[in-house]
Structure formats: C-alpha cells, structure tokens
Design a protein around this ligand. Structure first.
Ligand code: HEM
Length: 330
C-alpha cells in the first residue's frame, strides 16, 4: 500500500514537472543524512548571498526563493520533530501501561490480572495460549521502546553500535509480536468485524515488507533509502498504538461512541480505523517526503500546518487514551 502511495507521489511529482522523486542516486546523496540534515539549508543560498548585490534580478529572485525555501524547510523539520516528540511520549505511556498492567502482574505471579482488559487472556492450564499472549505483550513493549530509540537522531549519531544492535532486537521483536498476534487471531475469539482482521493481516504484511526493505538497504549502506523504509516501518509498527489513540480522540470529540457498537466492537468507523491506523500515517509520511524533498516554500509551510494540526490531534488522543484506557488500569 505504501508502494501505491509512493506511486501516487511519483505521479504528483511528474505532473508538476518536477524531477524524478526519491530513490535516485542524486536524491540519495542530497538527503544523505535524513531526517536531521535533509532540512538543512542547501548550499546555493549561502554561496550566492555575497553576490546578491551584483546579481541580476532573476538571480536575486532565485536567491530569495531559495532562502524562503530553506526557512520553510527548517519550519517543516521543527514541526516534524515536535510531532515525533509528542508521539514518542504517548508511546512511552503505552509501554508504561503494558509493563505496569501485564508485566508487574506476571512478576507477582498474578496472571489472572491480565483478564482485566482482555477477556480470557490468561486461562489456567492453557500453557501455549498463555505463552503466546505473554510473548505478544513482552515484545510489544520492546518494539515500541526500540522504535523510538531507532529514530532519535542523537542516538544514531553518538551510538552507532547501539543503533545497529537495537535495530536487530527491534526487527526480531517485530517478527515475534506479529507471529504471536496472528496466532492469537487464529486461536482466540476476537471481537470486531472480519474486515478489522483483514486490515490487521495487511498491516502485518506491510510491517514485514518494510522491515525487509529497511534491513536490506542498511546492509547495502544505502542509508538514505534505509531511513525512508525505517520511517515507514516505524509507522506501520505503531498501528496498534495509533488505533487506541485515534479511537479515544474520536470518542472524546464526539462525546461518545459514534459509528460503532461499543459492546460488539463492530461498525463502520472501526472498519475505517482498522485500515486508517496505518494507511493514514503512511500517506502523511509520503506527503512529508514529497514536501521536504520537492516542495517549494508554500508547499512546505502547508505541510507544516498539516503536521501541526496532526500534532494537536495526536496530543489530544494521547491525553484521552491515557485517562480512559491506560491510567485507570495501573
Ligand atoms: C508493536 C505492535 C503491537 C503492540 C504494541 C500491541 C499491543 C497489544 C496489547 C497491549 C494488547 C492487549 C490489549 C490491551 O491491553 O490493550 C494486544 C492485544 C492483541 N493484539 Fe497486539 N500489539 C501489536 C501488534 C499486533 C499485531 C500486528 C497484531 C495482529 C497480527 C496484534 C494482535 C493482537 C490481538 C489479536 C490481541 C488480543 C485482543 C483480544 O483478544 O481482545 N497485535 N496487543
């Protein structure tokens, strides 16, 4: 699906008579240290500034455009970093919930406490089923935490060896979480529409494709392309968190459950959200790539405004999920 979005992005770029988008060698070189340096002002502006007074009007205009583009790029980079900071905080609260509810009760030997949220999560004597759920939850906490560390630029810069090992742990944990999740689908009675299950299976397929691509390009030292796939992987692997945050945002905004039945957990809104939990963030990411790499000042400011709104919505959803779903269970 990201491939589809990517194809749309390519068509958009082509119709605007822009150069071929990402993955060309030239582009890989120009964004070699994404995400942090990709937003740095490009050198033409700096080189041209001293000659501005003697420049022709056309050249001066280009310099002014380039400066505006660079300011817009810095704004976009800042807004993206703020979104990531807000999302990372919300993900760490989710991890605290997983460890606090499921981890602590396991350490206390009180596995029956797992049933507080998931009915029949722990069934005495059902060793295989209990183990699968335990693996799913334990490695889910590792995936969420590991994903955040992988994306923090300072961690990558200062501790490259940690980045590599954390990457290996992250990918292995993703594989275990997905495998356990699929086994749970096949063996447990799960509430919800069948379409929601289809959406989750597609989510797993995307996660695996993105993981393979991120690993393949990292091994080949195609770092720019590796980072693009790693960002797609992060968003696809964050879908379980996005689902909870978006659902709570929806409930708070509508002052109650609209578009679904809270008892059966079925309804059109939940079917929509089951797909949107990864397609929406992945679509926004492709637009971000396009605005960052190919957009002029206006496009970058428009993208910044969109991301700013997304940040407000994310923060509202995190607040609601914390108060409604997570904090009461701790
Ligand atoms: C890193 C990603 C994931 C995280 C962090 C995560 C987290 C969780 C958590 C915390 C629960 C317990 C319910 C709760 O307390 O909210 C859960 C349940 C579950 N998860 Fe995941 N999950 C992830 C990915 C997946 C995937 C990819 C699948 C599907 C293949 C999946 C399938 C399930 C199922 C079937 C349940 C049980 C629901 C029930 O029986 O009510 N999860 N997950």
């Amino acid at each position: 699906m990201a491939g589809g979005l990517h194809a749309v992005a390519r068509r958009l770029a082509a119709s605007a008579e822009l150069p071929a988008p990402e993955h060309s060698d030239a582009n890989a070189a120009s964004t070699a240290s994404e995400p942090e340096n990709a937003m740095q002002p490009s050198s033409p502006t700096a080189d041209a500034t001293p000659g501005l007074l003697s420049a022709t009007p056309a050249r001066a205009g280009r310099v002014v455009d380039a400066e505006a583009g660079n300011r817009a790029a810095r704004t976009l980079r800042l807004v993206a970093a703020v979104w990531f900071g807000v999302a990372a905080t919300g993900q760490l609260i989710f991890v605290a919930y997983i460890l606090g509810l499921y981890g602590l009760s396991a350490l206390r030997g009180d596995l029956a406490a797992w049933n507080a949220v998931m009915p029949r999560a722990y069934v005495p004597g059902a060793t295989f089923a209990n183990t699968v759920i335990g693996v799913h939850l334990a490695f889910a906490a590792i995936v969420v935490t590991g994903g955040i560390f992988q994306l923090v630029p300072a961690v990558r810069r200062r501790w490259p060896v940690f980045h590599r090992w954390n990457g290996r742990v992250y990918l292995s944990a993703i594989f275990l979480v997905c495998t356990a999740g699929l086994i749970m689908f096949a063996t447990r009675e799960i509430v919800g529409d069948p379409e929601q299950r289809v959406a989750s299976v597609i989510n797993v397929a995307l996660i695996l494709v993105f993981a393979v691509q991120a690993l393949r390009h990292a091994r080949a030292r195609r770092i720019d392309i590796h980072r693009r796939w790693a960002l797609r992987l992060f968003l696809a692997a964050s879908a379980a968190w996005v689902f909870r945050v978006a659902l709570m945002f929806w409930i708070v905004v509508n002052q109650g459950p609209v578009g679904f039945d809270p008892k059966t957990f079925q309804g059109p809104f939940l079917i929509f959200l089951a797909f949107a939990q990864y397609l929406l963030p992945l679509g926004v990411l492709e637009l971000y790539f396009l605005a960052r790499d190919r957009g002029g000042a206006r496009v970058r400011y428009a993208m910044s405004a969109g991301l700013g709104l997304a940040t407000l919505a994310t923060a509202t959803g995190i607040g609601a999920a914390t108060m409604i779903l997570w904090w009461p269970k701790l």
